[in-house]
Design a protein around this ligand. Structure first.
Ligand code: NDP
Length: 324
């Protein structure tokens, strides 16, 4: 039997965590031969709800789940963790401006970044889901000077999956026929879902769909998918977000030759400012991701990629003083 790994999920009583914890405990993220210890962090007001979830987890009698640590203390939550899924974040309240939201969450992610730096396994892999995810990941990364920036990421995998699925539905092909779809940029409405390099059964997607559909249907529907689900369901997406988070970490650990989208600190690729947490196409080997290099970028794509970069730079400017 393998040694158990410790996984922290913040916002443990939230709806994404509820969709996540049970599947991780069942072995869906790291494999059915990998025992896990779940650390669940919540704010004091949500601890009762969290207790109920812990009771349900116990009632599943998962063979892989060796222990559950339920806590409101950041130090306890982050001690010795191998994987950190930072899901909890403050939602935008009535009358709250975007910059207020950035700053409130900035405080949370500064504390959590410092705790990762101090208490986590030095090889911890961090995925930020809580919004604004890219900038929250940037703050955590900058608050953890002893960890490598490459250990921090934010989730654009749900956007990626949405893009793959929309293309598959349009063409009437299985999702497995599609590769090389890209989400560039911020996990926000400025993200750029790009199928200029996508392959469908190894044939260029561009030969199969017209530009009008890409610009007026595909791109906006991927960008606005979260809002569309809230409008119809009355709640934000949770199961699909949890599934994407698991896929993100599973691939990061196990590797993939297929292109997946991950928001990671820019190394300057494609002219994106260094260290911004920006979504790129990556492949993954031996636990390390590699940004797909040297893709040809047309003028239209360049403009969209720049627009998302600009938004991330504005977000960064709004929180810079928190990092001093
Ligand atoms: P959810 O579990 O639905 O969402 C959690 C976060 O994920 C939100 O910031 C949400 O952003 C974000 N998110 C990212 N991608 C997606 C996506 N594709 N679809 C939906 N959400 C996405 O929120 P809940 O309100 O149910 O739960 C949050 C929990 O976090 C609460 O229990 C709260 O107490 C806790 N919390 C914990 C903290 C901590 O552990 N220190 C700090 C703050 C809160 P968006 O809001 O933009 O949809």
């Amino acid at each position: 039997m393998k040694k158990p790994v410790r996984i922290v999920i913040t916002g443990g009583a939230g709806q994404i965590a509820y969709a996540l914890a049970f599947r991780i405990a069942a072995g869906e993220m790291l494999g059915t031969d990998q025992p896990v210890i779940l650390h669940l962090l919540e704010i004091p007001n949500a601890l009762d709800a969290l207790k109920g979830i812990v009771m349900e987890l116990e009632d599943c009698a998962y063979p892989l789940l060796q222990d559950i640590v339920m806590t409101e203390e950041v130090k306890v939550a982050f001690t010795d963790v191998d994987y950190a899924l930072l899901v909890g974040a403050r939602p935008r309240g009535p009358g709250m401006e975007r910059n207020d939201l950035l700053r409130v969450n900035g405080d949370i992610f500064t504390v959590q970044g410092k705790a990762l730096n101090e208490y986590a396994n030095p090889r911890v892999k961090v995925l930020v889901v809580g919004n604004p995810a890219n900038t929250n990941a940037y703050i955590a990364m900058q608050s953890a000077p002893n960890l490598s920036p490459q250990q921090f990421s934010a989730m654009t995998r749900l956007d990626h999956n949405r893009a793959v699925s929309q293309l598959a539905i349009k063409l009437g092909v299985p999702v497995t026929a599609i590769n090389q779809v890209i989400i560039w940029g911020n996990h926000s409405a400025t993200q750029y879902p790009d199928i200029n390099h996508a392959l469908v059964h190894n044939q260029s997607a561009l030969a199969l769909v017209d530009q009008n559909w890409i610009n007026h249907d595909f791109i906006p529907s991927v960008q606005q998918r979260g809002a569309a689900i809230i409008n119809i369901r009355g709640k934000s997406s949770a199961a699909s977000a949890a599934f994407a988070a698991m896929a993100h970490l599973r691939d990061w650990v196990s590797g993939t030759d297929a292109w997946v989208s991950m928001a990671v600190p820019s190394d300057g690729s494609y002219g994106i400012a260094e260290k911004l947490i920006y979504s790129f196409p990556v492949t993954i080997k031996d636990g390390e991701y590699h940004i797909v290099p040297a893709l040809e970028i047309n003028e239209l794509s360049h403009a969209r990629m720049q627009a998302s970069q600009q938004e991330l730079e504005q977000e960064r400017a709004a929180i810079t003083d928190l990092l001093c």
